[in-house]
Design a protein around this ligand. Sequence first.
Ligand SMILES: Cc1cc2nc3c(=O)[nH]c(=O)nc-3n(C[C@H](O)[C@H](O)[C@H](O)COP(=O)(O)O)c2cc1C
Length: 335
Amino acid sequence: MLRIGSYALGANVVLAPMAGVTDRPFRILARQLGAGLAASEMLTSDQRLWHTTKSRRRMDHSGEPSPRVVQLAGADPAQLAEAARINVDLGAEIIDINMGCPAKKVCNRLCGSALLRDELLVSQLLEAAVRAVPAAVPVTLKTRTGWDREHRNGVAIARIAEQSGIAALAIHGRTRADFYEGEAEYATIAAIKDAVRIPVFANGDISTPQQARSVLQQTAADGVMVGRAAHGAPWIFGDMNYFLLHGRSAPARPRRELRDIMLAHLEAIYAFYGEEHGVRIARKHLGWYLRNLPPGPTMTPALRPALMAAGSTTAQFAMARAALDGWAEMEAQAA
Ligand SMILES: Cc1cc2nc3c(=O)[nH]c(=O)nc-3n(C[C@H](O)[C@H](O)[C@H](O)COP(=O)(O)O)c2cc1C
């Protein structure tokens, strides 16, 4: 069983933190559907930016299953330490540090994966965060394989992390210079796994249960972290867990069950964001769901623009429910 500090994870397939996606409703859903962990969207460690509604929502963890993971980004050790301490007081049970974001400015300074060029600062940041929180709170690190292809210092960073007291690593198989381009490579992740004793999650381009198994085999990693493949398919975690456990695909979920998951997700979005914001946030998820569902008489080309144009949560929900009911009943009648 995979452990992070004193937390035993129910599964070794976890949700990747994604700003604008892994909000509280999505995290709860992913955990219900089998994700072993679901980290929050990245929060800057600069407290001066915490008064915004966006930051406050990112710090809201009510109703989330344990262990609750808060991801922080920062380039100032004292500031990061203070942010970690405050988030633990607010209910974080694991603190994850982001050194994987390729954006130049995520917190008014170079941070995210830009830090990988400065190994001394990396150790200062990680040590400061580990020292700031109680020993029972694991601090984890999410990073890339290096700065660019000529400077793949992922192994050095992983060793620094282990020495700094980091409890687990998640490695995206790209360098900072790669952004999201090209294919993820897993050889560096395998080298990192070989170099440290703490658990390692392999991340990048894992979209199917078969790929999850193949990446685990290639890297000997302890777990996989899945991001974009969960867009519009939060059930992917259960499917991957099943395949890893049984070596064959999970039985297809009945459409009625999928419909209920999607509608419950919409309701959770509306409850979390409120009327005005809720209808807008739901568009993104509805678009992803529609992309993944096979067409049918109620899944017409006109449905998508209508859902996007809906002026209220009530109208949007009613439209989605009518379409999904028709889609689910088709299968039920055929059975
Ligand atoms: C929309 C989006 C937002 C992201 N936001 C974050 C973030 O807040 N923190 C982070 O560490 N990584 C972030 N990432 C990177 C993902 O966690 C992950 O490393 C990357 O998407 C590769 O995994 P995948 O191929 O399974 O999507 C983000 C990625 C996407 C697509």
